[in-house]
Design a protein around this ligand. Structure first.
Ligand SMILES: *[C@@H]1O[C@H](CO)[C@@H](O)[C@H](O)[C@H]1NC(C)=O
Length: 328
C-alpha cells in the first residue's frame, strides 16, 4: 500500500536524511555498526531432506560495500556480523587486477580482497557446521572475463576445495551444511551452481525516489510468484536499488518497511519466498524471514507428535520447538 500523503512525508524525510547521516536502527532498517541480535545457527532447525530451493532466507545485496560514501555503501555490518545475524546469501563483486581479486562496488575499493571473504565464510562454517552460505560471485570494475583460474587459486590459498558444493544441482539442506555454494556469475568450468539458473528479480535501477513505487511493485510481484514457482528452482528477490537521485540508503529507508510490512501480513501463510536480498536489513526483519522456514518445521513437529501419539520425548524437532518457544 502506497499512500500519497505517506510518500510526501517520506520524501520530506529523505531530504533530512540526506543532510544528517545519523545511523538508525528500526525493526526493518539498520545502518548502525552492529545487529540488534543474532541468529547464528537457525538452519539447524531445517530438516536434512529439505531441498535448499524450498528455504526462505535472508541475503545482502553488495555484501561487502561498507565504504565509499552514500552512493557506494549498501551495508553497515561486517561480513562476520552479517553471517551471525542470519544472512545466508552473499553478493560478492571482485575486481580482477594483477592476479588479485579485490572487493569493489563500482569504483569504490572496499578495503578487502576475496581471500578475506573466503576466510570469513570458512571460519563461520567451521563454528556453525549446521549452516550453509550461498555466494553470488561476479567480476566488477574490470573486464577480463577470465576470473575462473584466479578464483580457484584463492579458494586453495584462503579456504579449501572441499568447502565448496561442486555441482550445478540444488542440494538438500543436509548436503549443503558446512558448504559454501558459489552461484557462479562468470564464465568458465563449473565451480558450483550457475547464478543464471535462479529465478531472479533484480530491478536495481531506481532513478529517483519517485520510482520507488515501481520498485516495490517488482519486488512484491516476484515475492507473490515465488510460492507458486517451480519448487526445484531457487528464487531470488532483490529489494535493493539505487540511481543518480536515489542512494541505496534512501531506497532502503523506503523499501525495508514495505517489505517488513508485507512479510508481517504473511506470517502464518507459510509460503516459500526464496532468497530475499536487501540493503541495510535489521535483525527483526531477518528473524521474520527466517521464521517462514521454521513455521514449516513447527508444523512438521505437530504432525510428527500426533503420529507418535505425543509420546516422543526428545526428538530434535521437539527440541527446536522448545528453543523457539523460549526465544519468543
Ligand atoms: C591483493 O590486494 C590487496 C589489497 O586489497 C593486497 O593487500 C594484497 O597484498 C594483494 N595480494 C596479492 C597476492 O597481490
Amino acid at each position: 500500500v502506497f499512500l500519497p500523503q505517506e510518500s510526501v512525508a517520506f520524501l520530506g524525510k529523505m531530504l533530512v536524511i540526506g543532510l544528517s547521516f545519523a545511523a538508525t536502527q528500526t525493526p526493518s532498517y539498520d545502518d548502525t555498526p552492529n545487529p540488534e541480535f543474532l541468529n547464528p545457527s537457525w538452519m539447524a532447525g531445517i530438516p536434512d531432506a529439505q531441498p535448499l530451493s524450498g528455504v526462505t532466507m535472508p541475503g545482502t545485496h553488495n555484501t561487502m560495500a561498507l565504504y565509499g560514501g552514500v552512493y557506494a555503501e549498501c551495508q553497515s555490518w561486517s561480513l562476520e556480523s552479517q553471517l551471525h545475524a542470519g544472512v545466508r546469501f552473499l553478493d560478492i563483486r571482485v575486481r580482477h587486477i594483477n592476479g588479485n581479486l579485490t572487493i569493489h562496488h563500482g569504483v569504490s575499493y572496499q578495503r578487502a580482497h576475496f581471500g578475506h571473504v573466503l576466510e570469513g565464510v570458512a571460519d563461520f562454517l567451521l563454528k556453525y557446521p549446521s549452516e550453509t552460505v550461498l555466494m553470488r560471485l561476479k567480476e566488477e570494475f574490470s573486464e577480463t572475463n577470465n576470473i575462473y583460474g584466479t578464483v580457484v587459486d584463492f579458494i586453495h590459498r584462503h579456504a579449501h576445495w572441499d568447502l565448496l558444493w561442486h555441482s550445478r544441482t540444488v542440494p538438500t539442506m543436509g548436503e549443503a551444511r558446512g558448504k559454501l555454494i558459489i552461484l557462479q556469475d562468470f564464465s568458465g568450468p563449473d565451480l558450483g551452481m550457475r547464478y543464471g539458473s535462479l529465478d531472479i528479480a533484480d530491478d536495481w535501477k531506481v532513478p529517483s525516489l519517485l520510482d520507488l513505487k515501481n520498485k516495490w511493485r517488482s519486488v512484491s510481484e516476484h515475492l507473490e510468484a515465488a510460492p507458486a514457482g517451480n519448487p526445484e528452482q531457487m528464487f531470488l528477490t532483490f529489494s535493493s536499488g539505487a540511481g543518480v537521485f536515489a542512494n541505496p540508503r534512501a531506497v532502503a529507508h523506503y523499501m525495508n518497511p514495505q517489505l517488513h510490512h508485507y512479510l508481517q501480513a504473511q506470517t502464518d501463510s507459510n509460503r516459500r519466498f526464496g532468497i530475499i536480498c536487501m540493503d541495510f536489513p535489521a535483525a527483526p526483519m531477518i528473524r521474520r524471514i527466517i521464521d517462514f522456514q521454521l513455521t514449516e518445521v513447527r508444523k512438521d513437529e505437530r504432525r510428527f507428535l500426533s503420529k507418535a501419539g505425543g509420546k516422543r520425548g526428545t526428538s530434535s524437532l521437539q527440541r527446536i520447538l522448545k528453543d523457539r518457544t523460549k526465544r519468543t
